[in-house]
Design a protein around this ligand. Structure first.
Ligand code: SAH
Length: 270
């Protein structure tokens, strides 16, 4: 397939890209060991998107992580590079073809570990396991991840079975494509990579990291529209501040997320 587009790289130490990412990775010591995301998509222009901004963008430019898009279209069939066809059994919409998606998975696999624990291969899907902070943490501990962004009605099941693909959902709603879900999940993972956030402590205390939602935050001005900052926060008494924050985190979690609160109680009594 001579006209298969090369995967596009984003970031400063970008690979001049290739059908053979492995070579390039070892050729470039700055890339070696950096966490990598490979995203198979019909819309590579959607990347890096918001991931190119702020802390995730800075980390990308610094080579703390790496992003490659693998455009799906060039793997399409025939003159029109068709990637989809009508669903077997009838019904509305189109389904991404197994052979087309397989060719993209094969390219994405080059130079990656076949061990799914070291390199998860994921299909963004509303049928998948709901993505959460513990999954983000687990993925941040891998070498990288391959993500398939679906479109239309989804993907031929056989290719998901064949490649042992894990289906993961951004939430209980339906998007038109997997690109936004991929970016959301990658953002959550990348900020956990070493060196990406300036203040590492902030990932330990924030919402979902201890099974609690975070306490409310305040900053200047001290008096705004007649509303004051809770006095304990300006008291300078760190122990009292901690106590207040913990109590507020517990209150918010009880009120807003009884499911998280119950899980925490279960854990405490185990
Ligand atoms: N017919 C499918 C939905 C297809 S939506 C179904 O009912 O399950 C089109 C594409 O958008 C999917 O292939 C998937 O990649 C993406 N997508 C939609 N909702 C998503 C969600 N909640 N999480 C992750 N990806 C989603």
């Amino acid at each position: 397939m001579s006209d298969v587009e090369k995967p596009r790289s984003h970031g400063r130490y970008s690979i001049a890209a290739s059908a053979r990412p492995r070579e390039l990775m070892s050729d470039n010591p700055r890339l070696k060991g950096a966490w990598m995301a490979r995203v198979i998509t019909l819309f590579p222009e959607a990347f890096p998107g918001t991931l190119g901004l702020s802390l995730t963008g800075k980390a990308l430019a610094e080579g703390l992580w790496h992003l490659e898009t693998i455009p799906l279209r060039p793997f399409g069939i025939g003159r029109h590079r068709n990637v989809d066809d009508t669903p077997a059994g009838g019904g509305a919409g189109m389904v991404l073809r197994a052979d087309v998606v397989a060719a993209a998975f094969d390219q994405a696999a080059i130079g990656t570990s076949p061990d799914r624990a070291k390199w998860p291969v994921v299909y963004l899907s509303p049928r998948g396991k709901p993505f959460d902070q513990s999954m983000a943490r687990a993925w941040a501990g891998t070498e990288g991840v391959t993500m398939l962004c679906g479109r239309f009605e989804g993907v031929d099941q056989r290719v998901l079975d064949h490649y042992a693909v894990e289906e993961v959902s951004l939430g209980d709603f339906v998007l038109t494509g997997g690109e936004i879900a991929a970016q959301a999940m990658l953002d959550a993972v990348v900020r956990l990579l070493p060196g990406v956030l300036g203040n590492a402590a902030s990932t330990e205390e924030e919402s979902h990291s201890r099974g609690l939602l975070e306490h409310p935050q305040y900053t200047r001005p001290a008096d705004w529209e007649g509303r004051e900052i809770p006095p304990v926060l300006t008291s300078g008494n760190h122990a009292e501040v901690e106590k207040w924050r913990r109590a507020e985190a517990e209150r918010l979690t009880r009120e807003r997320r009884p499911d998280l609160w119950a899980a925490l109680q279960d854990k405490a009594t185990q």
